[in-house]
Design a protein around this ligand. Structure first.
Ligand code: HEC
Length: 105
């Protein structure tokens, strides 16, 4: 969690903001995000490879793009564990480095 927080602060906070709320119609929220809660594999995938094109989060369609940030698999696991356990999110089933490694383009 501590490592994930550091990564979040370094790489994610500028867009998704300190409270994970994002910016309406521009950067989707992570706090209480149904997308993040329900699409574990796709969330890991977009952290690994980036995402471009429409995505629906809590009923709002975002059509932006998020670049891959060149994080290592263990760093993606750490930041996933952080964002899925912050701001009211809970996920007891921890993401592991191995799980991230198994997600291919
Ligand atoms: C340059 C701004 C930017 C940065 C930096 C950024 N994101 Fe994103 N993120 C976006 C945008 C824009 C989308 C929606 C992409 C789309 O519309 O296809 C998104 C989507 C997401 C989603 C899926 C949608 C949701 O809200 O649940 C997750 C999860 C996510 N980002 C996590 C992260 C994490 C973790 C980091 C840091 C490692 C990060 N993002 C860094 C802009 C950013």
């Amino acid at each position: 969690m501590a490592r994930g927080e550091e990564i979040y602060n370094d790489f994610c906070l500028t867009c998704h903001l300190p409270n994970g709320a994002g910016v309406k119609d521009v950067y989707p929220p992570l706090a209480k995000s149904d997308y993040l809660a329900e699409n574990r594999k796709a969330s890991i995938h977009l952290l690994k490879y980036g995402i471009d094109g429409p995505i629906k989060v809590n009923g709002v369609t975002y059509n932006g793009s998020m670049p891959a940030m060149g994080l290592d698999d263990d760093e993606i696991a750490d930041v996933m564990n952080y964002i899925t356990n912050q701001w009211g999110n809970t996920n007891k089933n921890r993401v592991t480095e191995k799980e991230v490694a198994a997600i291919k383009k």
